[in-house]
Structures are given as structure tokens and as C-alpha cells.
Design a protein around this ligand. Sequence first.
Ligand code: C5P
Length: 235
Amino acid sequence: MTPDRVRGRLWAVVPAAGSGSRFGGEVPKQYLAVDGQPLLAHTLQALLAHPNLEGAVVVLAEGDAHWAGWSTFAGKPLLTCVGGRARADSVLAGLAALPDSVRMDDFVLVHDAARPNLRAADLDQLLERGRNDPVGAILASPVRDTLKRAGDDGGIDCTEPRERLWRALTPQLFRRLQLARALEAAREAGVDVTDESMAMERQGLRPLLVEGAEDNFKITTPADLARFEFVLSQR
Ligand code: C5P
């Protein structure tokens, strides 16, 4: 297998089936207009601009009325499928919707639709290091704030040591079949995994942490959206 052949098959799954209930408002956050384009378009642009990416599966909510119907983006194929109740269900649907050209032991990227500020250099690092790891890798950034554990009354019970604590970001890079099996196992156990790595860790696997920029943030609140608008104005 030549490196080029390996490179050519890299696909991404982009879960975009969330209702964005924490954000509020009528329009799901992935469709909010930023600089004349839906947030999702900024995310797809950041991902698919990378030369190693061949295409992406966008996972949509059932009956999504906002999807623009793209079948290509940045000159690359875009497929869609319908997601599920939890994020892990959506990612599982996306993995199943990948084209047959993506083999079961190929690496696949999973990247949040609501994380538009991915740097090309971070994606480079993730691919470079993650593909050399037997399990795969995630972008992450070290915790820099002091962490407090709250009691029921809102008072501070204690301070948690932050050494070796990281914030998990996306993209996350795992092998197609291994990730699907890990997500299915979590679902069968009734465990609500909040990222793909957590499902892999439950299998006793140890994905690699690849440090990425802290400004690869997820849009969760209106303040995050304002931050992204500011980032765009500075580009
Ligand atoms: O809700 P949260 O911000 O953690 O969602 C992260 C990503 O997962 C978002 O892009 C959201 O659209 C997606 N998601 C999904 N299916 C769900 C829940 C979330 O595709 N059931």
C-alpha cells in the first residue's frame, strides 16, 4: 500500500444532528449565519480544504429543514445521513454511511459541526501522529484554569489537581470498524459517551493526545458565536 493510496481514502464524519438546546433560539446553532454563511459551511471549509481529505458524511437531524442540499463542498463529495438521539448514535449512522471505498480498518476523522475554527496545522499534526498510533488520536488542549469541585449548596468542596488534565477537542481519528464497535458497546452498556475517544477508552484502548490550538472551540453559547465572528474579522 503506498502512502498516497492511504492518503486518498481519508473521509470525515461530521455530526450535525444536534438541536443545540443549550444555545437556544429557533435555528439550530450549526445553521446560524456567520459572515454570510451557515456555521456548518465554515466547519466543512476548514476540514475539506485539507488536501488529504477525500470527502465527508454530514449527519443531519430527521426532517432537517435548514440543510442546503450540497452534494459537493470545496470540490469534494458530501454525503448525508440521518442521525439519532445521542451524539454517539449520530456518529454511528455517519460511519455506516461512509462509501465502500473506505475500508473497515481505514482511519476516519470525526469532527463537530459546531467547531468551525480548526487550523490546518493542527489537522496536519493529528493525521501525522494519529496514523502512526495503533489506536488513533484526538486533538486536545491542556487545562489551564484551576478546577473546583462544587458541593450541592454551590460552595466549593475542593480543588482538583489540573496536572495531566486535558480538554478533548475534535477532530478525533480512529479506525472505522473499531470505532463503530466501541460506540455500539457503549450504547449496549447504556453509557452516554460524550466523545469518540471515551468509547475507545472503555474498550481498554489508549488514544494519543495531540496538542491543538485552544481556539478550536465549540460554539455552545452566543458568546462563542461572537468570538468566532471576531476571529473571522481578524483573518
Ligand atoms: O451537543 P454538542 O454541542 O456536544 O454537540 C456536538 C456535535 O454533535 C454538534 O455538531 C451536534 O450537532 C452533534 N450532535 C449530533 N447528534 C446528536 C447530538 C449532537 O450529531 N444527537
